[in-house]
Design a protein around this ligand. Structure first.
Ligand SMILES: Nc1ncnc2c1ncn2[C@@H]1O[C@H](COP(=O)(O)OP(=O)(O)OP(=O)(O)O)[C@@H](O)[C@H]1O
Ligand SMILES: [Mg+2]
Length: 259
């Protein structure tokens, strides 16, 4: 079993504290969902886990199987088995989707164990078929000119090709049509297994009907304020954040530290 532990994580962007002590443990085999109002720090959490240098960790720890992730570069984190599907995937002109995927797969393998061209093509065809993606998407430059939904689907293609240990999926459902949502969910569900764990950031309960999470966290103002099972997302959908805040007695006024 593998574990990804986030302990008392504080993260600042340009000297403003965004995460104010996040605690979270994901075991492989589990899918966690994280929900929360806009601007509460969900994408900041994912950026900090992946090692985006804009996000400064001022306190706390991130451990992958007990190993300190904060000392690793982005590349090292990816090789160690972390993966992030970004909320806004970047376009990389000049690098085809297939080239990118082959390099990403090989980066996680030793010199003697590189994937053969044949095996790669076979795997790519198989995963693209599952995701109902047209063949030419492989030869297009990475994300360049992809529609919003195509980008999201392509993030799941990367997930299925790279087969990370832990995947953070940041709003993988935004901008997807109804059929695409089910296809993307199918891709994530195929990844489920004892050697895979995921943190799914979403605003909508709808995705969680297709990818049923083991654990749901609610994040507000830079902290995880409530953790529960899949039912929690349904309660939230019904009551909204305002209802939840009242229940928890939370006031989201600026604290001394914010001023
Ligand atoms: N690179 C950055 N530069 C400046 N401010 C940032 C940066 N990244 C995040 N922030 C700020 O940090 C706060 C949290 O942003 P974040 O993107 O983590 O929110 P979120 O919970 O993912 O919101 P959403 O649901 O809208 O995606 C926001 O106030 C945002 O403006
Ligand atoms: Mg976000």
């Amino acid at each position: 079993m593998h574990t990804l532990e986030v302990k008392d994580l504080h993260v600042s962007v340009e000297d403003k504290e965004i995460l104010k002590g996040v605690n979270l443990t994901i075991n492989s085999g589990e899918i966690h969902a994280i929900m929360g109002p806009n601007g509460t720090g969900k994408s900041t959490l994912s950026a900090a886990i992946m090692g985006n240098p804009l996000y400064e960790v001022t306190q706390g720890e991130i451990l992958l199987d007990g190993q300190n992730v904060l000392d690793m570069t982005v590349d090292e984190r990816a090789r160690a088995g972390l993966f992030l599907a970004m909320q806004y995937p970047s376009e990389i002109p000049g690098v085809t989707n297939a080239e990118f995927l082959r390099q990403a797969i090989n980066a996680r393998r030793s010199e003697e164990d590189k994937i053969s061209v044949m095996d790669f093509i076979q795997k790519l065809d198989e995963k693209m078929a599952i995701l109902d993606m047209p063949e030419e998407m492989g030869e297009r430059y990475l994300n360049e000119g992809f529609s919003g939904g195509e980008k999201k689907r392509n993030e799941i293609l990367q997930l299925m090709m790279i087969e990370p240990t832990f995947a953070i999926l940041d709003e993988i459902d935004s901008g997807l049509d109804i059929d695409a949502l089910q296809i993307v969910a199918k891709g994530v569900n195929q990844m489920r297994g004892e050697n895979f764990g995921s943190l799914i950031i979403t605003h909508y309960q709808r995705l969680l009907n297709y990818i049923v999470p083991d654990v749901v966290h609610i994040m507000m103002d830079g902290r995880v304020v409530k953790t529960g099972d899949a039912e929690l997302a349904k309660v939230l959908e019904a009551d909204g954040y305002k209802g939840l805040m009242e229940e928890l007695g939370i006031e989201l006024e600026a604290t001394e530290a914010d001023k």
